[in-house]
Design a protein around this ligand. Structure first.
Ligand code: ZN
Ligand code: ZN
Length: 259
């Protein structure tokens, strides 16, 4: 693993750090981008400096300027003049930039699809997806084979805090493909599927049904095992379903007892 990304906008988005410095940097980044977009909408040329700042901000996400040229459709020559000027003619970086060029650059955002394959990002959603598939009876070796990693790598993937963007993309695609398929019907021997489910139960890995899709990647979200998790009714629902009580349910029960 790399030595660690400094606190700032990229760490806010990629590792979901919510410290003051990261939150401040993220709001500055947003403000800069919005303002530049607003200017670009009603002026033919705009100040190049905020656009350069945006290009550098994307660099923190592992999106280099050549890749940005490809993603935005802005010719490399224009991109290079914007950033570095033209050394052969001795000109400095452009002071102003065509609004059309600026808007094309600003339209490129550091979404999961645009990140460099090796960029390290928060692994929360990936961990939950893999754990839920194991809870459904997909064996870890079968999942590893389908993502194309060896078993040592897979054990890291299913527990790591930070993962490569390429791994996150691969697991998202795999989950979308497998979540509604019965592993035994897909060829996983039934005793191995049962063993996988057993492992998930013993480690407290939440099943597919405990997650809303939009919560999978939210580090603050917790799985709803019972339909009542996090409420005062949750603990009893766990007993009825014979599922060990989850932390939000024991917390809710303690609060009710204390009140
Ligand atoms: Zn931070
Ligand atoms: Zn619960």
């Amino acid at each position: 693993m790399n030595a660690g990304r400094p606190h700032g906008n990229a760490k806010y988005h990629l590792e979901k750090c919510r410290c003051y410095q990261c939150c401040y940097a993220a709001s500055e980044y947003d403000r800069n981008r919005r303002r530049a977009i607003a200017y670009g909408r009603w002026q033919p040329f705009i100040d190049a400096e905020p656009i350069r700042q945006y290009v550098h901000a994307l660099g923190e996400f592992g999106i280099g300027w050549m890749r940005l040229a490809r993603l935005s459709g802005v010719p490399r020559g224009s991109m290079s003049r914007l950033l570095y000027g033209d050394p052969t003619r001795g000109t400095a970086p452009s002071q102003r930039v065509r609004a059309k060029t600026a808007l094309a650059i600003l339209a490129v955002q550091p979404t999961l699809d645009n990140l460099g394959a090796r960029a390290r990002i928060d692994g929360t959603g990936t961990r939950r997806r893999l754990q839920a598939l194991v809870a459904a009876g997909w064996t870890q070796s079968e999942l590893a084979r389908r993502i194309g990693v060896d078993s040592a790598n897979f054990s890291r993937t299913i527990t790591s805090d930070l993962l490569r963007a390429a791994t996150v993309r691969a697991v998202n695609a795999l989950y979308d493909e497998l979540w509604r398929i019965n592993p035994v019907e897909a060829g996983v021997p039934s005793h191995r599927a049962a063993a996988a489910r057993q492992i998930a139960t013993s480690r407290g890995w939440a099943p597919i049904g405990a997650w809303d899709d939009e919560q999978l990647d939210d580090p603050d979200a917790f799985p709803d095992w019972t339909g009542f998790c996090g409420t005062p009714q949750g603990r009893r629902a766990h007993y009825r379903a014979r599922v060990p009580v989850c932390p939000p349910c024991s917390q809710a029960a303690n609060q009710t007892a204390a009140a």
